[in-house]
Write a protein that binds this ligand. Structure first.
Ligand SMILES: *[C@@H]1O[C@H](CO)[C@@H](O)[C@H](O)[C@H]1NC(C)=O
Ligand SMILES: *[C@@H]1O[C@H](CO)[C@@H](O)[C@H](O)[C@H]1NC(C)=O
Ligand SMILES: *[C@@H]1O[C@H](CO)[C@@H](O)[C@H](O)[C@H]1NC(C)=O
Ligand SMILES: *[C@@H]1O[C@H](CO)[C@@H](O)[C@H](O)[C@H]1NC(C)=O
Ligand SMILES: *[C@@H]1O[C@H](CO)[C@@H](O)[C@H](O)[C@H]1NC(C)=O
Length: 837
């Protein structure tokens, strides 16, 4: 680490304190520490513009292990977010520690008789050195007489890259500016990961674990790093510049001072770019690298498996438990798991127990660092069982692999993943649930206990059932008659409101047993896909009717009653271009929504398929465009709720038997308790469809849906995916459409498969409308009712569009479907951000 060169612990003479006490002490908070002034644990200094605050902070959780550090954090943010630490390798235990500038002009922390030197500059004499905290977050030490800059904290970055800092190296003195991760979330001590500029002189970053390189950013092309194209989308927010001359090579950044952004190197070795969203008081993640947690070296620690499709990603292997429950539950999985029952191996087999056994774990990506033995399959197992350090083995085309000690980076893959392998994990025999000979004497008490428990459980269940309204049977549900029933109920509804009678439940509530039966126990065979909120299954019900069953991932933010209320409100939204919610099932952990089934899957399934997109002729496309516009208009304007969809995209447009479009997944923000205080998950949207104000600042309005609609419109007209678009001149579909439009060549955007030439005027009109929708400024974009009238009426005047957002920066995103740690959908990356840690 760079800073340690310059700072270390020294025992000081008490003279320092004597001198200090004779100096005047300024009381009110300022941005400067004068020589001799004492900053105590309870004091802070604040930069002049109220941006950053410097002082002591505590870390370490429990009181007994509490340590103090001198650090810097954002002043205005409710959640203390430390961006720089002065003494990360020297935790303070004494709350009487003080920060001051000593006689020799160095910034020091004095704890009892020990002084920790933050700076190590040679004395300039004069006793008039001061340290000032700037609004950039830079703490600068200056000579009061000459005004000379003696030292600055920006030269000693810790784990956060702030605008104005440098990352790179100085060729003149061999100094490097690099980031070093924290040890754990509550220990700012130097961790194992570092982020540094390639010392060989290329413009790429490496993430190192110790001395081992395990990730590279790819070289910088002036706008993006080769391996992280999504950065290009956010260039406006965090402008990076690369400077390389005979003296130095480094990256530095500038950012909009009106926003609070940070680029932090997480304990997991992941570089994350976050922006503070004041309205919800949380950090919003824009991108992170390496993208997939499971690819980060030892992300889950030893003896755990990482599953990119599960929340949380890490779980201990069978027979293992988290080494530290506290860290593990706090989201720091790097400690890994440890064995519950020690292995028999190596012990005298006479003494106790049986031989260790192997547990087969299927469909995994094998752990890293195997030792490959050239032996036959039969010998492979014995090679591992005979060596007590061997934890697991696997056998495949590449021979016999064994693992010594820790298993790292094992990944649980999906059942249908062709790369899945079988791993045989060594466990103590007691971990296998077989009946040992000694067990029989436990049987009688065990039966007695279970009987008591069962009886209690039964009565409890009966009692619960009495309390709980029993769910209807989904299998007996008839969607055809329910349409009539709903209408009937609604008319009755108005009557009951007039008569003041209590409203009846409009929305059927099904029992989990019947939902499970309809989907064949949520079998993979019935799985239709994985949406942004959980898997969707096909359910078979009465008379061969089909329904779509959306099983919400369990962590939706709301309580049962609120969820049911929201679902009921959503169910009342009825429009021919919206997928109809037929009912729901809310029981214990399960939150399931039941929708009408759409036979033709979703729009992206046709639009972006090299063969199937031929089926979408011009008339069909016009019908789809108009349908989506109508559905969206209804959500925005005519429904009682004024729903903002927030995640409008081709995969959320479902197609019925006659290829009529129906918008799905609307109202999910409400279902997930978005407006509630206990929201645990924020649904952000999908890269490529997000408007700039939403993507960058989290601001959403009906105009962000209009933006998404514009993108969708261009996709439907061109048959090209915005996120997968690559063209050497204009890097996004929006930029490409804009260039063609400006050059008077709009018709070239048309999907070549559409042969109809009579549509050109209409096509140009649609492109014009689309470009109006994707304009940078939300205020410039039309509302959906404007859009609908522009689409349907050729006499409506169309203004000239301004340059669209994201038209100049790169987004080669389709090769990188997952950019954030919390990706739920597999091919159309809806990004959900988990609760702030
Ligand atoms: C301060 O720097 C000098 C060289 O400039 C070095 O000799 C000395 O050991 C350093 N002191 C500490 C406490 O690091
Ligand atoms: C830790 O100390 C604070 C006061 O400093 C006290 O309120 C809190 O209860 C203590 N916690 C534990 C676990 O002792
Ligand atoms: C120290 O510097 C301040 C300005 O930074 C100046 O006003 C003051 O006179 C100086 N004191 C001495 C002793 O030089
Ligand atoms: C490099 O450093 C030298 C002296 O340290 C300076 O004179 C020169 O201008 C620097 N060059 C650049 C390009 O900054
Ligand atoms: C186990 O195998 C490893 C690697 O082959 C070897 O280094 C180690 O010495 C072996 N240990 C024993 C006890 O045989």
């Amino acid at each position: 680490m760079a800073k340690t060169n310059n700072s270390s612990m020294t025992t000081y003479v008490h003279l320092l304190l004597l001198l200090i006490s004779s100096c005047p002490i300024l009381a009110n908070a300022s941005d400067t520490i004068l020589q001799g002034q004492l900053i105590r644990v309870s004091d802070t200094i604040v930069s002049s513009g109220n941006v950053f605050e410097l002082g002591f902070f505590s870390a370490g959780g429990s009181n007994s292990t509490m340590s103090y550090y001198v650090g810097l954090w954002f002043k205005k943010i409710s959640e203390q977010t430390v961006v720089w630490v002065a003494n990360r390798d020297y935790p303070l235990t004494d709350s009487s520690a003080v920060l001051t500038i000593g006689v020799d002009g160095n910034l020091v922390i004095v704890e009892g008789r020990i002084s920790y030197m933050i700076t190590n500059i040679s004395s300039t004499g004069g006793g008039n050195t001061s340290a000032t905290l700037l609004d950039s977050g830079n703490l600068v030490l200056t000579d009061g007489r000459s005004g000379e800059l003696l030292w600055q904290s920006f030269d000693y970055p810790t784990h956060t890259f702030l605008p104005g800092m440098k990352l790179g190296y100085d060729r003149r003195n061999g100094k490097t500016w690099s980031l070093l991760s924290w040890k754990s979330r509550d220990d700012p001590g130097p961790g194992v990961f570092s982020l540094e500029l390639d010392p060989r002189g290329t413009s790429q970053f490496f993430i190192m674990k110790g001395s081992q390189k395990y990730w590279a950013s790819g070289t910088w092309n002036g706008q993006i790093f080769a391996m992280m194209p999504e950065m290009g989308m956010y260039n406006d927010a965090y402008k990076l510049t690369y400077i390389s001359n005979q003296n130095e090579s480094y990256f530095t950044s500038f950012s909009d001072p009106s926003t609070v952004d940070r680029c932090v190197f997480d304990i997991s070795g992941q570089l994350q770019y976050l922006s503070w969203l004041e309205s919800t008081h949380e950090w919003i993640l824009f991108w992170s690298q390496p993208r997939q947690e499971c690819e980060v070296y030892a992300y889950c620690g030893a003896f755990s498996s990482c599953n990119q499709n599960a929340v949380p990603f890490c779980s201990c292997l069978r027979g293992f438990q988290p080494l530290s429950d506290r860290n593990w539950n706090a989201g720091d999985k790097s400690g890994g798991c440890s064995r519950r029952v020690p292995l028999q191996c190596g012990k005298d087999s006479q003494v106790s127990g049986q031989k260790d056994r192997f547990l087969r774990i299927s469909k995994v990506r094998l752990p890293v660092n195997p030792i490959v033995l050239q032996v036959s399959p039969g010998v492979c197992e014995s090679a591992c069982s005979s060596n007590c350090s061997c934890s697991a083995y696997a056998y495949g085309d590449d021979g016999c692999s064994i693992w010594i000690e820790d298993l790292l980076n094992m990944q649980q893959l999906k059942p249908n993943d062709p790369n899945g392998r079988d791993l045989y994990l060594k466990l103590a025999s007691s971990e296998f649930q077989d009946s040992g000979s000694k067990r029989w004497k436990w049987i009688i008490p065990a039966i007695a206990v279970s009987l008591t428990l069962l009886t209690t459980a039964f009565f409890f269940y009966m009692w619960r059932r009495k309390l709980q309204k029993k769910g209807e049977d989904l299998l007996l549900f008839d969607p055809a008659t329910s349409i009539g029933a709903a209408t009937y109920k609604r008319s009755e509804d108005s009557k009951s409101r007039r008569t003041g009678r209590n409203k009846e439940v409009d929305l059927p509530l099904f029992s989990i047993a019947s939902v499970s039966a309809a989907t064949d126990n949520f079998s993979d065979a019935n799985k239709l896909g994985e949406g942004g909120f959980g898997p969707v299954y096909k359910g078979k019900i009465l008379k061969g009717h089909e329904v779509a069953v959306k099983r919400l991932s369990r962590k939706s933010g709301q309580g049962l009653e609120e969820l049911q209320n929201e679902a009921m409100l959503i169910a009342k939204l009825q429009h021919k271009n919206l997928v109809r919610l037929l009912g729901c099932c809310i029981e214990r952990d399960e939150k399931i929504l039941i929708y009408e089934y759409m036979h033709n899957k979703s729009l992206d399934f046709f639009l972006f398929d090299p063969i199937k997109h031929g089926m979408l002729n011009w008339e069909l496309r016009v019908n789809i465009i108009e349908g989506i516009a109508q559905g969206l208009l209804y959500l925005h304007q005519y429904s009682r709720l004024r729903i903002i969809h927030r995640d409008l995209k081709a995969s959320n447009i479902l197609l019925d038997k006659d290829m009529n479009p129906k918008i799905s997944d609307f109202g999910m923000a409400r279902i997930f308790g978005e407006n509630g205080s206990q929201a645990t998950k924020r649904i952000v949207g999908t890269y490529g469809y997000m408007s700039p104000e939403y993507a960058l600042r989290g601001l959403f309005s009906i105009k962000s849906d209009v933006f998404s609609f514009g993108v969708l419109l261009l996709e439907i007209l061109s048959g090209k995916k915005n996120t997968g678009f690559y063209n050497s001149d204009s890097l996004t579909l929006l930029g490409y459409a804009w260039d063609l439009w400006r050059g008077g060549r709009g018709q070239e955007l048309k999907d070549p498969i559409i042969e109809d030439v009579s549509c050109t005027n209409m096509l140009l009109r649609y492109i014009n409308i689309a470009l109006l929708c994707v304009q940078e400024s939300a205020a410039d974009r039309p509302t959906m009712s404007n859009v609908v009238s522009m689409l349907s009426n050729e006499l409506v005047f169309l203004p000239s569009p301004k340059q669209p957002a994201f038209s100049t920066s790169g987004s080669v995103l389709d090769q990188y479907p997952s950019m954030s740690p919390a990706i739920y959908s597999l091919n159309d990356a809806t990004v959900s951000i988990l609760e702030a840690r």
